[in-house]
Design a protein around this ligand. Sequence first.
Ligand SMILES: [Zn+2]
Length: 329
Amino acid sequence: MNVPTQEQIICGYCGWQNNVSPQALEKVQVRCSRCKLNLSTQKHSHFKHLDPAVYMHPTAAEALQQLKNLPGVQNLLGKMQALGEQSFGEAFFAANGLRVGPKQYPDLYGKLMAVCRTMGIHQMPALYLSYVDIFGDMGFYTYSGGSEAHPFIVLSPQLLSTFDEMDLLAALATEIGHIHCGHLRYKVAADCLPLIMHKAFKKTPLEAMAENISLPVQQALLTWRLKANLSADRTMMLVLQNEKASFNYLLKQTGGTVSSRASLEAFVQQAQQLNHGMVQQWLDKYWQQFLYSHRVFSFPVWRAAELLQWTREDQKSYGYKDIVKIFSD
Ligand SMILES: [Zn+2]
């Protein structure tokens, strides 16, 4: 364990020993020289043994159970397993994107270390920066795929110019959330569904598989996919430990290019006033199937509303503050 001297501050996020005195930090804001996140003398909590079932959003957990119970789903997942193997997704990004590491975008690598360190994840997934994705122009700016044994994350380099340091940490934390919650097997199937339904796959072995995916299975997969973000958002909040930065990340996904002029306060107010029942109804119908070829939508206002409830209200299960209090080291 690193023991700081009087002239050093250990970064709470990534664990790097920075040559900065606590006195200097009181006067000026300093970034960690590895992960570029702001240094602080405040404690950053770590969750070494946190079972994801403790914090997963009940709506997402219920949707996953419904999906698992549907006839034909396990068969479909078995057939789609090849899409989660290294030879498909990761091979594509390894050949097209930059592999982030200690010598390639070390600050981004430091942030990935910070997320894994906070969530008690020992096997860091591979991280790539890639302009191209296997989904064409479908708007995936962040993606996680692969298998439980070999997960990987992809970020679009465009994010480096529109996101600040905390937004990048949030993006990585959200993708790690999917990995931590055991979503990958279902997520890869849901994310690849539009791909295999695409006309480009006509007359390939995938066509027969696509034709056999029933409408209820498609619907359950896509509905769960949208709801799964609610659990990943909670991971993001557990990593950031900063409400303002967490909501700001969701705001950035709502306000597009003018987000720097957007008001966080008004966004949170909008989220507070959102009619949850109507959103749930929308998700539980089949509307998303009309839109799944344009996967740019992810309901960030609704996600903010759900995240807000987790931080503010008395919960039947553990709320954000309970988890930090009970489960952090
Ligand atoms: Zn750091």
